[in-house]
Design a protein around this ligand. Structure first.
Ligand SMILES: C=C(O[C@@H]1C=C(C(=O)O)C=C[C@H]1O)C(=O)O
Length: 356
């Protein structure tokens, strides 16, 4: 079956699109998105096994999120966290060495964790749980015969068209949410442009992303407005975020801009191409659709694309959870590991895991 269910941040309605056949359009480059319409499911790296996909909405239905979804615990087998930790440590050392020797100023290291349930999992129910748990995030459940089934609950916009023009964001730096991080408190700090709670390392990590996006937009944007960095809540963590609002120069294709932006240093690194090659060669697994992007493209006149983070792929009783974090040369292995655990918590909460 080929379908996508998605719910935008701060909305109570979700959209369900279905393609009647399983013949999903495969595109060979991001630039090929120019002038196209549909629901996009993009990988981190386009390859034969992880193509850039465009779902055709043969039906579009809008429905209310079911608020009374149950969170009854499900039995899951013990996971192999020791092995994952050891593997992470080995790859961290490889990545870190390249930061110390100056090959990269920032690089994102990610990992994948497996979980196996004792009984069948119901993706639609997991989608509803994610909608209820994360009202401020973009939640999507996408399934195609090529990509398999993915659930995401992401805070990061790659590119969207708003009433005020085009919008993208530089999102990076991570801290666990504190008890005093209410919406009101975060809003007050945003108004005062107060980011004093953030470490120098987090500020630098996010600055790299903001600088990169600003450079990309130089060629495409008119009337560019850039916000001061502020804290943005995302489930159990918060990030530093800078908003970019702009008008697209006449004659510029959206696919070209997407190809330029993706993957930003929020999920890749600096310098971009070298970091991209290093990640694809040295991470211990294939990212597939994790840290790609998804969302409607000129679909019913709407373009809202989000970076596929805080996500998992669902295969029968098994799931694979994905998370990463930006490394700088002063990053510490255990802190980075804990950051990936905190990010994976987003999807683990949807699974309501009870170990057996
Ligand atoms: C890479 C992820 O998240 C990205 C990396 C962040 C970081 O390094 O602090 C923060 C937000 C995202 O831009 C992820 O969630 O897996």
């Amino acid at each position: 079956m080929t379908f996508a269910y998605y719910r935008f941040p701060n909305e109570r309605i979700y959209t369900a699109i279905r393609q009647f056949d399983d013949n999903v359009e495969r595109l060979s480059s991001f630039e090929d998105l120019n002038g196209k319409e549909g629901f996009v499911m993009a990988p981190f790296r386009i390859s034969e096994s992880t193509p850039l996909l465009l779902l055709r909405p043969d039906t579009i239905v809008r429905k209310s999120v079911q608020c009374d979804v149950d969170f009854e615990e499900s039995a899951f087998f013990g996971n192999d966290v020791c092995n994952e930790h050891e593997m992470y440590g080995r790859v961290f050392a490889l990545f870190h060495e390249k930061l110390v020797d100056g090959s990269f100023s920032k690089i994102v290291l990610s990992r994948c964790a497996c979980e196996e349930a004792a009984c069948r999992l119901y993706p639609y129910k997991l989608f509803m749980r994610a909608c209820v748990l994360y009202p401020r995030m973009f939640v999507a459940l996408v399934s195609t015969p090529v990509s398999g089934t993915w659930l995401m609950s992401t805070p990061e916009t790659l590119l969207e068209k708003t009433g005020e023009g085009w919008h993208t964001m530089a999102l990076a730096g991570t801290m666990r949410l504190g008890s005093d991080d209410t919406d009101t408190a975060l809003e007050a700090r945003k108004l005062k442009a107060d980011i004093s709670e953030w470490s120098r390392k987090n500020i630098m990590e996010q600055r790299y992303v903001a600088k990169y996006i600003e450079e990309c937009l130089e060629h495409y944007a008119l009337n560019l407005r850039i916000s001061a960095p502020y804290s943005r809540r995302a489930g159990f963590v918060k990030h530093l975020s800078t908003d970019f609002l702009f008008d697209l120069k006449e004659g510029e294709g959206i696919g070209n801009l997407i190809g330029e932006l993706h993957p930003t240093p929020a999920v890749c690194g600096i310098p971009k191409q070298a970091a991209f090659d290093f990640i694809t060669r040295n991470e211990s697994y294939e990212r597939a659709y994790y840290s790609g992007f998804a969302g409607p493209l000129s679909c019913g006149g709407m373009t809202r694309l989000y970076v596929t983070l805080r996500c998992m792929s669902i295969m029968g009783r098994k799931v694979e959870l994905y998370a990463g974090g930006g490394l700088l040369k002063d990053s510490e292995k255990q802190n980075e590991w804990l950051e990936t655990e905190a990010k994976m918590e987003t999807m683990r909460k949807c699974l309501a895991i009870k170990r057996i």
